[in-house]
Design a protein around this ligand. Structure first.
Ligand code: PMP
Length: 423
């Protein structure tokens, strides 16, 4: 039995007062706080083994390379990916946004004929289709919208049910034999709804399309096995899974990574370079990791991955599920509407809500004055807000350290929002 009170105690930042109140941090969907083990490992790395990886014959370079590759393996283990040498399925990126742009750029390069015969499975041309959903974060929508514009492909999308779920039941109509790429979120960063992936992935593969998953809001909150989910690629950020900012990961099925052309070019990704001949690129994952890597941050992300697995992803999911149930009582408050599923099945503890007649920025400020941190705005997902007839909303979101008392503090504060602004 995990004592989540003890887990919370591992987060030094939570032990402070804000505006005279104990901090209640309900903004983990934006970024998660870091446990002491993650904070410590970065400085330990810089104090002991800091060096560039995969370069140089000196001892520190060997030690930092080993730490870097061990971290990659730890991250792979968290998500059910391969990490044996020569079979690595995890690419280090600068974050989810960077990973999704890497894919869209690489598919665009394939469309220009780059990457040879093998890369043609990613090539797009006019008449081909790219499918997303109305629930996408702009980090999915925009790279693939741009890819469509660059290649002449058509962008299509899944509509949402009234409570904001992606209409997986329409997969056979939305995904057609012309579909080449399907890019969908696993969990909405606004509604907290978990996407019913199986019929969408199955249909994508039936028509020979590549399936890209935005796993930003699922990896931190539930057990994940990308092989079992049968997705082709998945992108997420370390900072939402208790790791550092500035790094993220891209999962790719090994055989697809081997066929994918590079998206950015420079040092550390090339086998042979000449003045008068095209370069010969390295095998994945190095082919996609041009430039000097954020080694300390990757090592710390590896520690975060192990830290989560030690608590147990099933335990984390169950803990946050209970808090989600409490947060959903927001919907019982007069004038408060939940944007997304109002019941607690197939959702995480991210709950967006609207307070009738009060702008989210006012709500956020009123709540902040009581030491409670929530996110307000469109959360980089404008189409899903339009679906609910709004431009912006308020969003509370949980992490492993969130307590029922945190949720109750928010409920109590929200109860008084309207009376305060109606005075
Ligand atoms: N997708 C989703 C669902 C997200 O919640 C986020 C972060 N808000 C992103 C993509 C982008 O992540 P990052 O800003 O870390 O690149």
């Amino acid at each position: 039995m995990v004592d989540f009170g003890v887990v919370r105690g591992e987060f030094p930042i939570l032990d402070q007062r804000v505006h005279g109140h104990p901090l209640v941090y309900l903004d983990s969907a934006a970024t998660a706080q870091k446990p002491q083990a993650v904070i410590d490992v970065e400085s330990e790395f810089y104090r002991t083994i800091n060096a560039g990886v995969h370069r140089g014959a000196h001892e520190l370079a060997a030690l930092s390379t080993e730490a870097f590759e061990t971290a990659r393996a730890k991250v792979a283990k968290l998500v059910g990916a391969d990490s044996e040498e020569g079979h690595e399925e995890i690419v280090v990126t600068a974050g989810a946004t960077a990973g999704l742009n890497l894919l869209a750029t690489a598919f665009g390069n394939a469309s220009l004929g780059r990457g040879g015969e093998a890369a043609q499975r990613f090539a797009l041309k006019p008449g081909d289709e790219i499918v997303v959903s109305k629930a996408e974060h702009h980090s999915v929508l925009l790279p693939f919208q741009e890819l469509a514009a660059r290649t002449g492909a058509t962008l299509r999308w899944f509509d949402l049910s009234e409570d904001g779920r992606i209409r997986a039941d329409t997969a056979n109509e939305v995904i057609t034999p012309r579909t080449k790429v399907v890019a969908i979120t696993h969990v909405s960063n606004v509604t907290g709804a978990v996407t019913e992936l199986a019929p969408i992935v199955a249909r994508a593969h039936e028509v020979g399309a590549v399936f890209v998953l935005d796993a930003c809001q699922s990896v931190p909150h539930m057990p994940i096995d990308f092989h079992a989910l049968d997705v082709d690629f998945a992108a997420w950020s370390a900072h939402k899974m208790y790791g550092p900012t500035g790094v993220g990961f891209l999962y790719g099925r090994r055989e697809l990574l081997e066929a994918l052309p590079p998206a950015s070019f420079g040092g550390s990704m090339v086998e042979l370079a000449w003045m008068d001949q095209p370069a010969q690129y390295m095998e994945p994952p190095a082919r996609f990791e041009a430039g000097t890597q954020p080694v300390a941050q990757v090592v710390a992300a590896g520690v975060a991955a192990d830290w989560m697995r030690e608590i147990g992803m099933e335990n984390i999911a169950a803990h946050e599920h209970a808090i989600a149930g409490e947060l959903l009582h927001l919907g019982d408050i007069e004038g408060v509407r939940i944007l997304g599923p109002a019941d607690d099945h197939d959702r995480i503890g991210t709950v967006a809500f609207d307070v009738s007649g009060v702008h989210p920025h006012d709500v956020g400020q009123f709540i902040d004055a009581q030491g409670i941190a929530i996110r307000v705005g469109h959360h980089c997902a404008q189409p899903v807000h339009r679906h609910f007839g709004l431009y912006a909303s308020n969003r509370a979101s949980t992490g492993v350290y969130t307590s029922i008392e945190d949720a109750q503090a928010l409920l109590e504060a929200v109860k008084h929002v309207r009376e305060f602004f109606e005075r």
